[in-house]
Design a protein around this ligand. Structure first.
Ligand SMILES: O=P(O)(O)OC[C@H]1O[C@](O)(COP(=O)(O)O)[C@@H](O)[C@@H]1O
Ligand SMILES: [Mg+2]
Ligand SMILES: [Mg+2]
Length: 359
């Protein structure tokens, strides 16, 4: 086989495992399915543009102060650039309304269109200048007849109504984690192919884990139940869990989440005692819901500490929610601590009051 033939064979392989082929077969041939597929293609094109901006390292790829968004975070130039790119993608798709972290209110695009897009255009903004993975998180919801008089209300449906959800990771590789409700798959951007190809078929999050992800600097602000849960993990082999735990915290949820897809783990960002953090930090509509959808579709679980994330009816576009997700048995365990820490049968009373951070 000469070089050209080898290249053709690779191109052929890429075509058959391409995101395009996947969308064609998984989204269905009805009009809504086709519009969902087309929207995901537009989002992919925007993600490639954003990736090119990020790797260029130019001014617009940097941090630097700006205005404050609805969530109270300072907008970085890259937050704004990303928002504009995805808004343009939404305008080229069958999107009625665009709800973004970076816009105070939902943006009406075409009130007659069938889909609503909720988006965190740039997740992990604090990592922009540190060359650590950042991402984009998105959620596609149906705009039904009941939303016609006010299409923005479609963004306030519970996450169990999502038609598709996913996130891009701008890291060493540009990856797309995607679910259209038939499992969760991972696609890799191939510069030579010029598009996304399947990277990991169906993802299955291991049910058990010995790795947690949380911002432990907030330990003193947490509720006692959450401190107990983490204390018990930290007690390792000598503690009630009788095994050692590892900790990771990237502070880009997309990256922490992807690691959990690959090797299991649990992510916790619960409410805490800091001003403005009673509901945690993460936003329900465009952060927790799409992640929870992908996590559940991969066999994991996602709660607000006790209740399923996907069943919560959002109060408003920027509402926050406490968030716990990842390996199912561990997420269930946190719910048991939250309900009643003393009821855990395998938990020695010795560890009931002890705090390893404080001794
Ligand atoms: O800095 P903290 O409090 O640890 O928060 C980190 C979390 O905040 C986020 O960066 C919030 O997302 P944004 O960057 O989109 O605001 C998550 O990706 C991450 O998990
Ligand atoms: Mg975010
Ligand atoms: Mg963001």
């Amino acid at each position: 086989m000469d070089g050209a033939e080898a290249l053709d064979a690779t191109q052929e392989e890429c075509m058959s495992s391409s995101l395009d082929a996947h969308l064609g077969s998984e989204c269905g041939s009805d009009p809504i399915g086709r519009q969902v597929a087309d929207t995901i293609r537009q989002l992919c094109a925007a993600s490639i543009k954003l990736r090119n901006t990020i790797i260029s390292g130019g001014v617009e790829a940097r941090s630097g102060g700006g205005d404050t968004n609805a969530g109270g975070d300072v907008q970085k130039p890259l937050d704004i650039v990303a928002d504009q790119m995805f808004l343009d993608a939404a305008k080229a798709s069958a999107i009625a309304v665009y709800g973004s972290e970076e816009q105070d209110a939902a943006v009406m695009i075409d009130p007659a269109a069938p889909l609503a897009l909720a988006i965190d255009p740039l997740d992990g903004s604090s990592n922009i200048d540190t060359n650590v993975s950042i991402g984009t998180i998105f959620s596609l919801l149906p705009v039904g007849e009941e939303h016609r008089s006010d299409p923005t209300s479609a963004l306030l449906q519970p996450g169990n109504r999502q038609l598709a959800a996913g996130f891009f990771i701008y890291g060493p590789q540009l990856l797309l984690v995607l679910s259209v409700g038939k499992g969760t798959r991972v696609f890799l951007f191939s510069p030579s192919f010029g598009g996304f190809v399947e990277h990991i078929g169906s993802v299955a999050i291991p049910e058990e884990t010995s790795e947690f992800a949380t911002n432990a600097a907030n330990y003193r602000h947490w509720d006692p139940q959450i401190r107990s849960y983490i204390d018990d993990c930290l007690a390792g082999e000598e503690g009630p869990r009788e095994r050692n735990f590892n900790m990771r915290w990237i502070a880009s949820m997309v990256a922490d989440c992807y690691r959990i897809f690959v090797r299991g783990g649990i992510f916790l960002y619960l409410g805490d005692g800091r001003k403005g953090y009673t509901e945690g930090r993460l936003r329900l509509v465009y952060e927790a819901n799409p992640v929870a959808f992908c996590v559940e579709q991969a066999g994991g679980a996602a709660t607000d500490g006790s209740s399923r994330i996907l069943d919560i009816v959002p109060r408003d576009l920027h509402a926050r929610t406490p968030l716990v997700f990842g390996s199912k048995h561990e997420v269930d365990r946190v719910a048991r601590y939250v309900a009643d820490p003393s009821a855990l049968t395998d938990r020695s009373p010795l560890f009931g009051k002890r705090s390893l951070f404080r001794t």
